[in-house]
Design a protein around this ligand. Sequence first.
Ligand code: ZN
Length: 137
Amino acid sequence: MTARVRLDHVAVAVCDLKRALETFQALGLRCEAVEDVPSEHVRTAFLSAGEVAVELLQPTSDLSTVARFLASRGEGVHHVALRIPDLRAALEAAAAAGLSVVPPGPRPGARGRRVAFLHPKDTFGVLVELVEAPEGR
Ligand code: ZN
């Protein structure tokens, strides 16, 4: 991984996005965008919390891995996302470190960004999302 890695967001899986939005907005966070991500079968909301965001995830289909997560573990922290400038380089570094990418390769994520997920078995039980974003964004 490069030295320019930063924490991008912490994602929370929820059953009721509207109710979760109201709760986090009551804490002073501002909703920046609500978006469907068809590739992941989820509706997401990003709430600004300074340099880092909170992402709320509600499944839109039983095909969603978030639906399976909710069924087996209930609501709670779903993944931690790292902002990296070059996804291809980050995936090469992850492969060199023996980390599994699930499913393999980059995929379209929220906010028009390319993302990839590292299997939690390799990252101490935490699903890690890599989010490609140019510097300064
Ligand atoms: Zn995310």
